[in-house]
Each structure stands twice: as structure tokens, then as C-alpha cells.
Design a protein around this ligand. Structure first.
Ligand code: SF4
Length: 416
């Protein structure tokens, strides 16, 4: 169980961030905000996938003008992402958004920041201060500033950048504190996962505001997943982080799915829907497991809403052991599959019927749980492996034949 760092709490619409609230998952629309129908569609799609909060860009007045109409048609809190023009923040607040994101790197005029703070206080709207490494470094005297500030965190691999982020944040926070405004969320994103780790760790020691975790510009999903999950998972496992956004150069729906999965596996959120465990397959596989797993995954999303643990394993050698702990499990043999429900063998079916039979058992189990006749994870699966030479017909007879000694069958012990 992860012990989370205690922070202040802010309210974003109906969603709480920080304190004892669950870690919230955020994403951002990729289309134009002034395209009202498209923006609403995208927000609702992200909300349906599980996003708790959605951010939209408001670079132009036509975007903030669209917000009022958008807010009527969506059910999740909306954050206005503001850069360069503080007026966009004031317009977004007037339109009724639930949070403002400001970038100290491009809105740093004290009077302008104060105007936004006052507007947000009046509407009880929190502000996220996002000190993204990529946009806070003053480019005109970057080298000079980096040298000066590098000494502050000289023991850090990223000394100069970390120093700039922390210094910029402290300077900015002073404006907020001087106006007694504490409904603040902080983010300190970078493309560099190690800098993200260092920055959030340092900030968590210095400030008690909730933290919005993210790796900025993480790239395509194929590589962005590791780039994001390594620092975010490490921080969350250390109790740091109150809301997250994974960012991919891809459909933002993946950001929500992966963000939720990260929180599920860390035990920071209660899973919605089935959890699928599957073996990676190896040279012992005798069914088309990859296709089966993809089909099972898709159908479980459509049909199962309870967090049933389902295991799909490739063979009898390691399948039984690896299925332990699942509510519904199947392991395959030679073109066959044996299905178990909480340890009880319920079917032995040919390969072409595995998918339907497995899903039927999952649906039946879900209904039993709903009727109170079964409990999730109540009984660890206690599988007694079937005879691979007989019931599964898995072809181990050939292997075994090579090992026959005085008529006794000795199966090889194989590590998966
Ligand atoms: S040995 Fe393990 S990885 Fe290989 S098919 Fe069997 S269960 Fe899957």
C-alpha cells in the first residue's frame, strides 16, 4: 500500500485534487477549442474512457468564446490552458471553466498575474502553475542564467535546469502568496524523465500544494509510454503526485487508458472493468494465443464492468501456476483450452470455442458476484494440472516419449 504525501486540497468542478482524494487522471483535447462540436465530442470521448478532468487550449479569443457553449455540453471539469495572453485566462474564468493553467515562462507580468489570481479567487477556481522546462528558460540569456543557477543544485545531474525551474516557481508563487491565494496545483514537466523525477521530488519537499505529474512531449506512444511511466510510476510509488497526465503524440484516449492502468497497477485507484493477465507465449504454445488475447481483451471491455481478474495462459507447463489468483482462467493445450472459475474446472473446449466459452464464464461470474453468490478474488485459484498427455491432448506425449524410463512418463520441468 502506497503512503501518499499529504498536500493541500483544491476543487476542480466536482473533482478534488490533493489531500486524501484519489489521484485524478487528466488529458487534453487535440482539436481546436473553437470547433465547438468537435471539442465537445473529444471531451465526452475522453470522459467516457475515464478522464476525470480535461484541458483545452485557448490560444485565441474565439476559443474562450466557445467555452461557455462547450461547458454546457460536457460533464467533466474543464481546464483552460493559457499561454502568452493573460486576457484568455480572464475570459475563460468568465466563461465558467473549472481551473486555469498558467505558464510562468510566458505570463510573468506581475499585474497580469494578479488580475488572473483575483478573477480566480472570485470564482473559487484553482490555478495550476506549470513550470515546463521547455518554456520557462529565458532564451535570450539562457547560458548565463544556467551557469549562475547551476551552482544551486550542483549535486544534481540537471543542476542548472532544476535550479531554473525551482527558482522560477518560487518567484511566481510569491505573487500568489502575497495575495493570499493558495488554491494552487504545481507541475514541473520536462522531456527528460530523470529531470522530471528530480524536479517533482524537490518540489514535494518544498511545497505542500498538490502536484500534477507529467512528462511533456513524451513522443509517440510506442516510446512515450516508457518515458512517461518510469518517472510517473516512481514518483507515485514514492507517494508523490495528486493528478497525472500522460502525453502522447497520438489519440489522447491512450493517455487516459494508460494513466488509469498506471494507477490501477499501483493500487492507487479501484479498477473499473476486468483485469486481463496473459502469458507472452513461447515455443510451447499450441493455440493462436495472441489473437485470443486480443479478442478476449476487446470483449471484456464491452461485456464486463466488474474488476474480475481473468488469466489467459498458453500451456499446461506454467499455466496452472500463473493462473493462480485469477477469478476466471484458461490455459491451453493442443488446440484445446481448460477453463476454471475460482479454482473449479468448468469446461474443456476446442480452440475455436475458447473465446465464447471463456466470456460466458466471465459474464456468469459477474452475475453471480452481482447476486451476492460469489466474491471477487475470494478464493485463490487452486488448480490441479490436468494430465497433458490425456485431457489437454497437448502433444507432450512426444516430449515425454523421449524421456521414458522403464515405462514411466517424466515430463520436463520448464521455466516460463
Ligand atoms: S510456458 Fe509460459 S509462456 Fe510458454 S506457453 Fe506456457 S504459459 Fe505461455
Amino acid at each position: 500500500m502506497i503512503s501518499r504525501r499529504k498536500t493541500r486540497q483544491v476543487k476542480v468542478g466536482e473533482v478534488l485534487i490533493g489531500g486524501d482524494a484519489p489521484v485524478a487522471v487528466q488529458s487534453m483535447t487535440s482539436g481546436y477549442t473553437h470547433d465547438i462540436d468537435g471539442c465537445v465530442r473529444e471531451i465526452n470521448k475522453l470522459a467516457a474512457a475515464g478522464a476525470d478532468i480535461v484541458r483545452v487550449a485557448v490560444p485565441e479569443k474565439k476559443d474562450t468564446l466557445a467555452l461557455k457553449e462547450i461547458l454546457h455540453q460536457v460533464s467533466v471539469p474543464i481546464v483552460a490552458d493559457v499561454h502568452f495572453h493573460f486576457q484568455r485566462a480572464l475570459e475563460a474564468v468568465a466563461a465558467g471553466v473549472h481551473k486555469i493553467r498558467l505558464n510562468p515562462g510566458n505570463i510573468n507580468d506581475r499585474k497580469q498575474v494578479e488580475a488572473v489570481i483575483d478573477a480566480c479567487r472570485e470564482r473559487r477556481i484553482p490555478i495550476r502553475i506549470g513550470v515546463n522546462e521547455g518554456s520557462i528558460v529565458e532564451r535570450k540569456d539562457k547560458q548565463k542564467r544556467m551557469k549562475e543557477l547551476g551552482a544551486v543544485f550542483s549535486d544534481s545531474h540537471h543542476g542548472h535546469l532544476l535550479a531554473i525551474m525551482i527558482t522560477k516557481l518560487e518567484e511566481y508563487l510569491d505573487i500568489f502568496y502575497e495575495r493570499n491565494f493558495y488554491d494552487i496545483v504545481i507541475s514541473a514537466k520536462s522531456i527528460d524523465p530523470l529531470l522530471v523525477l528530480d524536479a517533482y521530488t524537490e518540489i514535494s519537499r518544498r511545497f505542500d500544494h498538490p502536484l500534477h505529474l507529467g512528462v511533456t512531449h513524451a513522443g509517440p506512444k510506442e516510446t512515450g509510454t516508457i518515458r512517461s511511466v518510469v518517472p510517473l510510476g516512481t514518483l507515485l510509488a514514492n507517494g508523490i503526485g495528486d493528478t497525472i497526465r500522460i502525453s502522447y503524440a497520438n489519440d489522447p484516449i491512450y493517455e487516459v487508458q494508460d494513466g488509469l492502468e498506471l494507477l490501477y497497477v499501483l493500487g492507487l485507484r479501484s479498477r473499473k472493468g476486468a483485469e486481463l493477465i496473459a502469458c507472452p507465449t513461447c515455443g510451447r504454445i499450441q493455440v493462436d494465443l495472441f489473437t485470443l488475447v486480443q479478442d478476449v481483451n476487446r470483449k471484456l471491455k464491452e461485456q464486463i464492468t466488474l474488476p474480475i481478474k481473468v488469466a489467459v495462459m498458453g500451456c499446461v507447463v506454467n499455466g496452472p501456476g500463473e493462473c493462480e489468483g485469477a477469478d476466471v482462467a484458461i490455459f491451453a493445450g493442443d488446440k484445446r483450452g481448460i477453463i476454471y472459475v475460482q479454482g473449479e474446472k468448468v469446461a474443456n473446449v476446442p480452440e475455436e470455442k475458447i473465446l465464447d466459452a471463456l466470456l460466458e464464464e466471465c459474464r456468469n461470474f459477474q452475475e453471480k458476484v452481482r447476486r451476492g453468490e460469489a466474491r471477487l478474488g475470494e478464493k485463490l485459484v487452486d488448480i490441479i494440472p490436468p494430465d497433458p498427455l490425456g485431457e489437454l491432448g497437448s502433444g507432450y506425449a512426444k516430449i515425454a516419449a523421449d524421456k521414458m524410463e522403464s515405462g514411466a512418463v517424466k515430463l520436463p520441468i520448464v521455466q516460463g
